[in-house]
Design a protein around this ligand. Structure first.
Ligand code: MTE
Length: 299
């Protein structure tokens, strides 16, 4: 099964979970992305081997539930995800507090197998189920003055040990330029492997922007705001020198404290070679969004 990023996937193209798992077992230990030698771009997509659900849901960043990689898996059962509503405000025709089901009703859920590259230089491959953000934005009616989309994560202080400890300035906030938000690669994920998102993965709905470092993919979203100003973002607020607004995956621009040229594939085993990091994380189709920008300046 060659998974593609395109928005043309139909339900018939979807590999059932059992088939994923069988294939995973057959290939386990024999083929890794490094061995395949990813060249980047759509051609490489067919070779993507998904991480297991266990890997995807036990090695997480969700600072509201602690800073250790296993803390979210331990603590996120405390997140209350039902009922869930999302406030949509700012420069939209139809602002309001939407029950999640109402906001998504009738929109098509797609299967997207995406590389996921954390700014910390580890990576996974995740089979998401999600809805194109553009479909949601079309539903609420973006006004022509809007230039950016801002997102906000829920805060449940009594349930979130990381919020109690103030490890970041919460709520966690993120943002995209409107053209990035409308790009067909950008999804709001509601599931992984055809199961609803686990809490530690950002239940019930989180952003996924596969060509950007993972911290842009904000979890458990309760507010979407259309604005004409570049919105503040959590990691930029925490350390502006190290984390910019764009945060496109770029092997040529190192983090001030480590190289971004290579990455460690989670689940690859202790002795697996690091693999090369790809420009835009292997999604060169987004390059036109940044025509005329110097991506060593607009980090
Ligand atoms: N969203 C919230 N609300 N809080 C967080 O701490 N961490 C970000 C991002 N979204 C984070 C978040 C970071 S740094 C990464 S790498 C990804 O979530 C991790 O997603 P995963 O745990 O599903 O792999």
């Amino acid at each position: 099964m060659a998974y593609r990023w395109t928005n043309t996937l139909t339900k018939a193209d979807v590999t059932p979970k059992s088939a994923y798992l069988n294939r995973r077992q057959i290939l386990a230990g024999t083929i890794g992305l490094g061995a395949i030698g990813l060249a980047g771009g759509a051609a490489a997509q067919g070779n993507l081997e998904p991480n297991t659900l266990e890997e995807i849901t036990s090695y997480n960043n969700y600072y509201e539930f602690g800073t250790g990689k296993n803390d979210p898996a331990q603590n996120a059962h405390r997140l209350v995800t039902s009922p869930w509503s999302i406030k949509v405000d700012g420069m939209v025709d139809n602002p309001g507090d939407y029950a999640l089901d109402d906001l998504l009703a009738g929109l098509s859920v797609e299967d997207r197998l995406y590389r996921f590259r954390c700014v910390e230089a580890w990576s996974m491959v995740v089979p998401w189920n999600g809805i194109e953000l553009a479909d949601i934005l079309d539903r609420v009616g973006v006004q022509s003055r809007a230039k950016y989309v801002a997102f906000e994560t829920v805060v449940q202080p009594e349930n979130m040990i990381g919020v109690q400890r103030r490890v970041l300035d919460f709520p966690y906030v993120e943002g995209l330029r409107l053209d990035e938000a409308m790009h067909p690669l950008t999804i709001m994920a509601t599931g992984i492997y055809d199961e609803p998102l686990y809490n530690q993965s950002g239940a019930p709905i989180r952003l996924v922007v596969p060509w950007k470092y993972g911290f842009k993919s904000i979890k458990s979203i309760v507010r979407i705001t259309l604005t004409d100003r570049e919105p503040p973002t959590s990691w930029n607020k925490a350390n502006a020198r190290e984390y910019g607004f764009y945060s496109n995956v770029n092997p040529n621009v190192d983090h001030p404290r480590w190289s971004q040229a290579t990455e460690r594939r989670i689940g690859g085993g202790l002795f697996a070679p690091r693999q090369d990091t790809l420009m835009f994380n292997g999604y060169p189709e987004v390059a036109p969004l940044y025509a005329g920008q110097d991506l060593s300046v607009d980090i």
